[in-house]
Design a protein around this ligand. Structure first.
Ligand code: PMV
Length: 336
């Protein structure tokens, strides 16, 4: 019998991935960049047992039995097994997989990123696979490939049709910008109305803005973002982050029929952050929103207390400032 337990953190994109050029292999239409959060607050945890005594492979997510017929799950399992040495004895044994997230699943809080990174990383422990396995995580959920590294991570869209060069690389390590923090404001923990998969598909089919963004804006913006991160230039980093979040949500609105991920509270947060930056006469906070209404705020440690106080004043009961973070990557928690 073999058992492995791993944890993987979520990552929050500052240059967004939105749109696939290949649905099956999950190949994106543009590069994206994110920071990986620490394991302290928001992470997935997965335990896998592999044994010759098991008669079927079963998978529980947050206590509920899932279908293992799921195409993406099968693809990750198949790809990891392909990379294993043929003499690994458990290759033909069944698995029991138990996974849980310590934060709302499918509420636009990168749960699938942490979940698939964790699943693939734990499978890699079971089948003794090393190397850059981010491209395997990508086949579960695109953004998952960025959770295999800590610090600042870039997902290269790649050029090849087989997806072999569409993988994540580290732009800067965990300790590069130690003052950086993220506050997650949970506006709603309800399951999102449109999954990112269906939203992206409709966007690619119908939004001319998305096409323009991917071809003409993001290539320049990723280079500027890498520079801003490497130079620890917060005002430039913050402006690019907010502009990219806004352009991603504009592309969602430009989709036909449109997909709305932001709600009225999200829009109040956007206005509030701009008003705060203006009042302080300095860009001190950046907001970014994924495929949901919850806000992630990037800011420096020295400003955290004042910003939390302001948020609690404006929203006395909600949203909740959940996490102040940094650094992290998929790590084996215990491997027996
Ligand atoms: O990996 P997916 O299919 O959950 O897509 C997530 C896309 C965004 O979170 C909206 C943006 C990103 O780059 O993470």
């Amino acid at each position: 019998m073999k058992i492995a337990t791993c944890k993987a953190p979520v990552n929050i994109a500052v240059i967004k991935y939105w749109g696939k050029r290949d649905e099956n292999l999950i190949l994106p239409i543009n590069d994206s960049i994110s920071a990986t959060l620490s394991l302290d607050h928001m992470c997935a945890k997965t335990t896998i047992v592999s044994s010759p005594d098991l008669t079927e492979t079963r998978f529980w997510l947050n206590g509920e039995l899932q279908s293992t017929g799921n195409k993406r799950f099968q693809k990750c399992l198949e790809e990891i097994k392909k990379r294993a040495k043929p003499d690994v004895e458990c290759l033909n044994w069944h698995l029991n997989i138990v996974s849980e997230n310590n934060f709302p699943t499918a509420a636009g809080l990168a749960s699938s990123a942490a979940g698939y990174a964790c699943l693939v990383y734990t499978l890699a422990q079971i089948y003794e696979v090393d190397g850059n396995i981010s491209s395997v995580g990508r086949m579960g959920s695109g953004s998952a490939c960025r959770s295999f590294f800590g610090g600042w991570v870039r997902w290269l869209k790649g050029e090849k049709n087989d997806g072999s060069d569409s993988l994540a690389i580290q732009v800067a390590p965990e300790n590069h910008w130690p003052e950086m923090r993220v506050l997650v404001l949970v506006v709603s923990d309800h399951k999102k109305a449109y999954s990112s998969t269906s939203g992206m598909k409709t966007s690619v089919e119908t939004s001319e803005l998305l096409k323009y963004r991917a071809e003409n804006i993001v290539p320049r913006r990723v280079e500027e973002m890498v520079q801003a991160i490497q130079n620890k230039d917060f005002p430039t980093f913050a402006k690019l982050t907010m502009q990219d979040s806004n352009q991603f949500h504009s592309s969602c609105l430009d989709t036909y029929p449109p997909c709305f991920y932001l709600n009225d509270t999200s829009r109040v947060i956007i206005e509030l952050i701009h008003a705060y930056n203006e009042f302080r006469e300095e860009t001190k906070v950046a907001y970014t929103f994924d495929a949901g209404p919850n806000a992630c705020l990037y800011l420096l440690e020295k400003d955290v207390a004042e910003v939390i106080e302001m948020i609690n004043y404006v929203f006395p009961s909600e949203p909740i400032a959940m996490s102040s973070y940094f650094k992290g990557k998929a790590v084996p928690y215990t491997t027996i």
